[in-house]
Design a protein. Structure first.
Length: 363
């Protein structure tokens, strides 16, 4: 059905012969600094960076085991530790600047499981969740004051509904249009675009720019030419030239669109990867042309550095493990203006690591 379109797909090759001259990263094992108040972080649902290169982390306190949060039990089991708040702001040196969030606030439904996080540069922060009933998007000030909610904590409404979301995995704020692009997500099979102020629906699309489908039973996964987004649709980013990049995680591919949803091309990586797929999150190298895509593969536990122009892999780093620079389910990425990369892990990883580049972005 999509044979002609599939011809545009590019299968990833091994790193190029010039990899040694390309973008590389080394781990900074001292970041972040020890958390205050005997805090410990759980799984890392999402991350973003503000204009001052502070790093914002959305983590999952409820993912901690009793052994990990022993000091918070009643009676305490151990001297350490206590769950940190869901939202934490770090400075570049790894110090905690601000923290807030979690269930129990007035006027909104906090997610069952924290996931997406994004700033708009106007003092607002957006977040969502991927729990079974997380059919909502939340807007707060950066001090944690509730502003607005779309949808509610409920059973799924489906990919055709325009007044709710379906377990959003990622959010991207497009400043020129004041629009939010949602990777929607773990329940729905679409990219959804809404107004950032009113949350009014603007447009949506599924794989190849077609109308999104909720198929029962679900289609087979790990099919790089699948006519539908699999679950989860796990990331959405917009490059400097206006192209929209979407992680169709379980189909092992990145699809590229124009802002109106017109399909442009796709890149496929390790097409035979099972488990949870090969394209978990992505960041754009912050130079003028966004020369590279930096893509997390949480199943194979490494990061690909990809030439954005043609989708070719120019370098990789990381491997499975628990030492500094290794990964267990690398899930979310953030990048600052100097090219420092932050990688957060879920499952039992439960940490953020910082990676320093071998070059500075050229602007």
């Amino acid at each position: 059905m999509f044979g002609a379109l599939a011809a545009l797909s590019l299968l990833a090759a091994a790193p190029s012969a010039n990899a040694a001259e390309a973008l590389q990263f080394r781990v900074d094992p001292a970041w972040p600094k020890t958390l205050p108040n005997s805090w410990i972080m759980g799984q890392i649902g999402g991350m973003t960076v503000d204009a001052q290169d502070n790093i914002w982390v959305l983590q999952r306190p409820r993912s901690l085991t009793d052994d990990e949060k022993g000091a918070a039990l009643s009676p305490p089991r151990s001297m350490c530790c206590k769950p940190a708040p869901s939202v934490i702001q770090f400075d570049k040196a790894g110090n905690v600047l601000k923290s807030w969030g979690g269930p129990g606030g007035e006027g909104y439904d906090w997610p069952e499981q924290e996931h997406a996080l994004r700033l708009d540069g106007k003092g607002n922060i957006y977040l969502a969740g991927n729990g079974a009933k997380d059919q909502m998007l939340l807007k707060f000030t950066t001090d944690g004051k509730f502003v607005k909610q779309l949808g509610k904590l409920a059973e799924p409404f489906g990919s055709k509904d325009t007044n709710s979301v379906g377990r959003v995995a990622d959010i991207f704020y497009d400043a020129p249009s004041n629009e939010l692009y949602l990777a929607d997500g773990y329940g729905n099979h679409r990219v959804m675009v809404i107004d950032a102020d009113t949350f009014a629906f603007k447009r949506m699309w599924g794989a190849y720019g077609k109308p999104p489908l909720d198929v029962t039973p679900a289609p087979a996964l790990y099919t790089p030419d699948a006519p539908n987004f699999a679950n989860p649709v796990h990331c959405v980013k917009i490059a400097s030239d206006g192209l929209v990049y979407v992680c169709d995680r379980s189909n092992n591919r990145i699809q590229v669109f124009r802002k109106d949803g017109t399909f442009v091309k796709q890149f496929v990586y390790d097409k035979d990867t099972k488990g949870s797929g090969s394209t978990w999150d992505m960041q754009l190298w912050p130079d003028r042309n966004n020369t590279y895509l930096i893509v997390a593969d949480g199943t194979n536990n490494f990061i690909r550095i990809i030439r954005r122009e043609d989708g070719s892999v120019v370098n990789t780093f990381g491997t499975g493990g628990r030492q500094a620079g290794q990964f267990h389910w690398v899930h979310a990425l953030a990048i600052d203006s100097e090219g420092n990369l932050y990688a957060g892990e879920v499952d039992s990883g439960k940490r953020v690591q910082k990676f320093v580049p071998n070059m500075k972005p050229q602007r």
